[in-house]
Write a protein of this length. Structure first.
Length: 605
């Protein structure tokens, strides 16, 4: 039995400082040389994670503290990546719950903590960002305790140790009056509070596959925890699914453990080790990899179904193939199938025709991250408006409902409540959270939230905080009004001209600027009225040799409205598409020809 090992997961709401805390832990435990150049948030490994400052993929790391190896798993804090969190907790014997000293427990804190408590884990609570000027640590501790009680924590779980910390500055203390030196109190507490892994080393080898990724040198890599027994390189193993059916038989061609953020090859692994194996071609997440004599699989959390889907199809605009290298339906299909294989929260379905595919996920952010990743890889594609996935129960149509927690300045609360009511939301709670802020909790259908994020930021002048987490399925709530405004559509192909844009500014808000390439059927702005309007953005000023008084004023253009990929996805209506290429994002009508649009509108109406 390996006593000198601890497995812990760090759970928290998005942006409460998990990844930064792990950075400091790795530096202080001697994982890096004195003169080594280290990236900030070293655990955020891909470009999108670094840019957005969020963790998308759960990742294990390992540090040495004294004689003990501590395996730490950094988990995503965003609800769209909740599928990762649930499974990752199976690898841990303890959890560190990180809470912001000002914001307190948020919806995602509740979501991940509920999963951890249900698995019987005893959390260590860290109140982080203690140096924030608006910090309120004592009240946050009370809120965390109330949250534990509401989630039916046992008496043992309610007796949680508390530390106060600044992950960025690399210190934590058990009492706010203690000297603020380093993170040793946390590492010592982990050794004392988190039990060593348990399991019978004499039983046949078995590990639960928790994470799946692909490595350019090793192929498919499954990461998980050894539940019982031990294994050596080249041992024969089998993979069993949750029903106990054999998926495949294979060999352990490579065994690796984690040292810092690196994978290190080893010859032998034992109970409690978090390992990465190569050599299995069919086994996936939630499968049990075990010795040939193993008869029953390890119980695991089934994967939550997706609640939202988009249709991805080949780019058929006049600009197709000009900016990207990967444009065929075969390339797009292979890439989406590969994603569905390694990302178990994504589902893949063939569309009605050969050139379109329906991709399901947990929310707009997760689908947006996949599309953004593909465009960076050189793909061109078109994306439909996200649609919510309904299900039937006892002959009744059910739709996904989300729990929304909104923090806003008091002056904007009535506007937010009005907007949410129109989206069929039901208000559960409203209370003052101090410093002129109000916290409002709603249950709202996922349908009504598509496209609301940008509206919310406008309504609250960018000061509001909007959080959502899947709650349950409930009966269909009825129709929800969509975008009121029509769009401005280009009636020709070429480059937009400042003079034409200037004369169209009274008509609405522009999405394009001077010299932006446009084509017939492309959306170039939002109409101030509720109808679609075809306009000419190529029309230059008539040049004559007669100078007329007052006609040579400088053209002053209002800056165009810039939208992110997720904003654009949620902006479009059912008869519109988003064209995605490596260098551009364009909005367009599904039917580029105006006559085709009229015919389609007649058939639909």
């Amino acid at each position: 039995m390996q006593r000198q090992l601890r497995n812990i997961a760090i759970i928290a709401h998005v942006d409460h400082g998990k990844t930064t805390l792990i950075d400091s832990l790795m530096k202080q435990s001697g994982m890096f040389r004195e003169n080594q150049s280290v990236d900030e948030r070293v655990m955020d490994s891909n470009d999108l994670e670094k840019e957005r400052g969020i963790t998308i993929l759960a990742k294990p790391t390992s540090i040495q503290w004294g004689d003990t190896r501590i395996n730490i798993i950094d988990t995503p804090g965003h609800a769209d990546f909740g599928g990762e969190v649930e499974r990752v907790l199976h690898m841990a014997d303890g959890v560190i719950l990180l809470t912001d000293a000002a914001e307190g427990p948020m919806p995602q804190t509740k979501f991940v903590l509920g999963k951890a408590l249900a698995q019987g884990l005893r959390p260590i609570v860290i109140i982080n960002k203690i140096d924030r000027p608006d910090g309120r640590p004592e009240e946050v501790v009370d809120e965390v305790f109330d949250l534990f009680v509401s989630l039916d924590a046992t008496d043992e779980q309610l007796d949680f140790p508390i530390l106060y910390a600044s992950g960025r500055d690399g210190w934590c203390v058990t009492d706010l009056s203690d000297p603020r030196e380093n993170l040793s109190p946390l590492l010592d507490l982990v050794l004392e509070h988190v039990p060593a892994p348990e399991g019978d080393i004499e039983k046949p080898f078995a590990m639960l596959a928790t994470l799946l990724d692909s490595d350019p040198f090793l192929g498919r890599c499954l990461t998980g925890r050894v539940i019982q027994g031990q294994a050596k390189v080249n041992d024969t193993v089998q993979a069993l699914n949750l029903e106990g059916k054999k998926v495949e038989t294979g060999r352990l061609t490579k065994l690796m453990t984690f040292d810092g953020t690196n994978r290190v090859p080893v010859d032998k692994v034992s109970v409690g080790d978090i390992i990465c194996i190569a050599g299995m071609s069919e086994a996936s997440v939630s499968d049990t990899i075990g010795a040939p004599s193993l008869a029953t699989p390890i119980q695991s959390t089934p994967i939550d179904p997706p609640t939202m889907a988009v249709t991805i199809s080949v780019n058929d605009s006049p600009f197709a193939g000009l900016e990207g290298k990967k444009v065929t339906s075969t390339m797009i299909r292979e890439r989406l199938l590969a994603e569905a294989e390694v990302n178990v929260a994504i589902t893949f379905k063939e569309g009605d025709n050969r050139d379109s595919f329906e991709i399901g996920g947990r929310g707009e952010l997760q689908l947006g991250v996949l599309i953004e990743t593909m465009r960076r890889e050189g793909f061109e594609l078109t994306v439909s408006r996200p649609k919510v996935l309904f299900k039937e129960e006892n002959g009744q149509r059910m739709e996904p409902i989300e729990e929304i927690t909104i923090d806003v300045d008091e002056e904007y609360s009535s506007t937010v409540i009005d907007r949410m009511n129109k989206r069929k939301a039901e208000m559960l709670d409203m209370r003052s959270s101090g410093a002129g802020k109000t916290r409002i909790v709603f249950h709202a259908p996922s349908r009504g939230l598509i496209g609301y994020q940008s509206q919310f930021l406008t309504d609250t002048r960018g000061t509001g905080v909007f959080n959502r987490v899947f709650h349950s399925y409930a009966p269909y709530k009825g129709d929800i009004p969509q975008r009121h405004n029509g769009v401005l559509i280009s009636n020709d192909q070429g480059k937009a001209v400042a003079y034409a844009l200037f004369n169209l500014q009274d008509r609405g808000t522009m999405f394009v600027e001077h010299q932006t390439p446009v084509y017939r059927g492309m959306i170039i702005g939002e109409n101030a009225r509720d109808n679609d309007l075809e306009v000419n953005v190529l029309k230059g000023k008539q040049l004559t040799n007669v100078r007329a008084s007052g006609t040579d004023d400088a053209v002053k253009l209002t800056p165009p409205r810039k939208m992110s990929l997720e904003d654009m996805m949620s902006y479009i209506n059912a008869d519109e598409l988003l064209e995605v290429t490596p260098t551009s994002l364009r909005l367009r009508k599904l039917h580029l020809d105006p006559n085709d649009r009229k015919r389609a509108a007649k058939q639909a109406g």
